[in-house]
Write a protein that binds this ligand. Sequence first.
Ligand code: ADP
Ligand code: SF4
Ligand code: MG
Length: 358
Amino acid sequence: MSDPLLQVRGLSKSFHSGGGFLSRRRSAHVVHEVGFTLARGEVFGLVGESGSGKTTIGRMLLRLIEPDAGDIRFDGVDVRALAADELRRLRRRIQIIFQDPFASLDPRVRIGEAIAAPIRLHGLRPAAQVRDRVMELLDLVGLPPGHAGRFPHEFSGGQRQRVAIARALAVEPELIVCDEPVSALDLSVQAQVINLLSDLRTRLGVSYVFISHDMAVVRHLASHVGVLYAGRMVETGPAAAIFADPRHPYTRMLLAASPSPVPGARRQRAEIRGEPPSPFSAVPGCRFASRCPFVLDACRAAEPPLDAFRDDGHQAACIRAGELAPVRPLSDDESLMSPAYRLRMDLLRQARGTAAPR
Ligand SMILES: Nc1ncnc2c1ncn2[C@@H]1O[C@H](COP(=O)(O)OP(=O)(O)O)[C@@H](O)[C@H]1O
Ligand code: SF4
Ligand SMILES: [Mg+2]
């Protein structure tokens, strides 16, 4: 990949608590040596359960949280080496939107003004053109320009997320970190906001790091995917490869638990069972072993490295990645089932040993 927009290597973070007079100091290791590369105009989907470290990673990219270790390069610039004023300039080029759009909108400020403020702050338009630019941005995100005088609470959740997107776009960013931007929305509204983000990517060439706990949501947008488990990347690669042939048992579990992306298909969700290991305790070997249907004694000996499974960049951190049965071709009956349901059936068969590993 030539000239990546964003290159992340070895990113790690621990949080510390206690250590006072009465309490023992405890460290939670929440992100372990995470790396990925994002080309300009592409979307990197970062997926994992709640608590897997997604938000921490997203915030470290803008240095809203300082990493303990690792390298972040944005357009060739070493983000961790930037002084305060350079960091401010960088935060125009990288924007972040949150699950709760209220987090970036002041409830007392009319949305037209909320969108205009960053344009003025960064001097992006002459004063006389700011109003027109706000109208243009509202139109771009599918809101009536006449709504500029309203307050955030006068909008629905989906509309409010559109306002947050317009505000992020106001500074003409090259990258937007989207942290679960649709997780709080109804399914039908989720699809609209995802379509909007997809459309903006095509029209404006903006790139995203798109964070979600839901594989189905990521599937619609991501060109590349990283699957995070307990702070570690356990599978990564081109989205097409991961959805067609997931290699890590955890990725398969996430896929099976995701609601069907096929409209009208059976909504059959598998349970995600078990708990990830505590970030306070070091797990010897594979950190997924306690929940993995394919676990062997050898899995607990050493942490499996994130190894290339194929030469298309598809990597999985599982010693059995190469032997798991592929997702099977469909019978006539099964072609009517949702992909999530089929995967779940596969997973059950494999766990029972009725489908022998390849
Ligand atoms: N400021 C903090 N202090 C201590 N622990 C934190 C802090 N922020 C996050 N954590 C812990 O780090 C882990 C990862 O959190 P987070 O990045 O928010 O995960 P996700 O976004 O995937 O749900 C969780 O166990 C969480 O409790
Ligand atoms: S290394 Fe072993 S325990 Fe870990 S995911 Fe692979 S099969 Fe499961
Ligand atoms: Mg989060």
